[in-house]
Ligand binder design. Sequence first.
Ligand code: HEC
Length: 102
Amino acid sequence: MGQALRLAAALLVAAAPLVQAQDANLGRNLAATCANCHGTNGHARADSKPLAGVSAEKILAAIADFKSGAQPATIMHQIAKGYTDDQVKLIAAYFAAQPAAK
Ligand code: HEC
């Protein structure tokens, strides 16, 4: 193993606990990028779609359809492409766990 590789490996091992510490809030943090349009914690105002309390399956299916183009959209087809499948799963789980608006 070259010196650079050994250094990279050592850095990765050292960084692992940091990455894990971030993970606890990763879903919430990713979901926050949806708040401009879908409201804080998915509680949308009357002019847009709420995500709070929507099942994770429904959100995952909608994002997949936006990504593939099966569901025509004005903006979500672009947004959906910006997230990996793992990130979308975290986001969907976060919104599904929020109490729906009354
Ligand atoms: C710039 C505004 C904007 C942002 C940011 C945004 N959305 Fe959307 N979203 C929309 C609009 C507008 C629609 C309706 C479809 C369309 O025209 O794109 C929509 C529709 C949806 C739907 C379908 C809801 C339904 O009941 O049909 C889901 C699910 C969704 N968005 C999830 C998300 C998630 C998850 C994020 C964050 C990763 C997000 N959106 C970020 C504007 C936005």
